[in-house]
Design a protein around this ligand. Structure first.
Ligand code: CA
Length: 229
């Protein structure tokens, strides 16, 4: 059963080349050329990953990424024609999994798609991490707290997974940043604080009396299930 990659790209030539390469790498490829139709197509095809162009007619890539991240942690690779845009995009904390600059080699795109899918672990894995009331399904990326479903972004899920994989171990912001972005970017320590803040807020909705993610002053964060230390 092959995974579907959704390409949101208004340049037909680029889309066709990408589709050819993805298909020969064993993926299904689906293409949409208009930003305003991307969300409905995404919901319909339920792809394993999205290649998302930045400049699009209708909704642009930034808006689409934001919309999708409201309720999905599907891997997203952003495509942009400007190398200088990448820093700004990362700063926006869109929750994209990777960024590729045009012009790109289609081979490189396929390699990045594979790498992101590998990182995300979207195989048939049904592993689960459970700590107290919180349970993460690493295959489906579903989070349950006291049997309530909790919707997390991809970055929030990865952070929680990392912290829960070793309860009570303090992770530095840099370590956590690598989990979120998969590669090193200096100067975005604050990104982690923002993700953690949002993650805590979401967990609080299900566990109002607990604070399972603790900030360790000057160091980073740890997951701690027991009542306050
Ligand atoms: Ca474009």
């Amino acid at each position: 059963m092959s995974q579907t990659i959704l390409i949101v790209e208004d340049e037909e030539k680029i889309a066709n080349i990408l589709m050819d390469y993805l298909k020969s790498a064993g993926y299904e490829a689906d293409w949409i050329n208009n930003g305003s139709l991307a969300l409905t197509r995404f919901k319909k095809t339920n792809p394993a990953l999205i290649l998302l162009d930045l400049m699009l007619p209708g909704l642009d890539g930034i808006e689409i990424c934001r919309e999708i991240r409201k309720d999905s942690s599907v891997p997203i690779i952003m495509l942009t024609a400007k190398a200088e845009e990448i820093d700004r995009l990362i700063g926006l904390e869109l929750g994209a999994d990777d960024y590729i600059c045009k012009p790109f080699s289609p081979r490189e795109v396929v390699a990045r798609v594979k790498a992101v899918l590998r990182r995300v672990g979207s195989g048939t894995m049904t592993e689960r991490i459970t700590e107290g009331e919180i349970s993460l399904d690493l295959g489906t990326k579903l989070v349950k707290i006291n049997n309530q479903n909790l919707t997390l972004t991809r970055s929030e899920f990865n952070l929680l997974k990392t912290l829960m994989s070793q309860p009570n171990r303090v992770f530095s912001r840099n370590e956590l940043l690598n989990q979120v972005q998969g590669y090193d970017f200096e100067g975005y320590d604050r990104t982690i604080d923002t993700h953690i803040k949002n993650l805590r807020k979401k967990i609080k909705t299900c566990l109002p009396d607990k604070d399972v993610i603790k900030a360790i002053y000057g160091t980073g964060y740890k997951f701690c299930e027991e009542a306050d230390q």
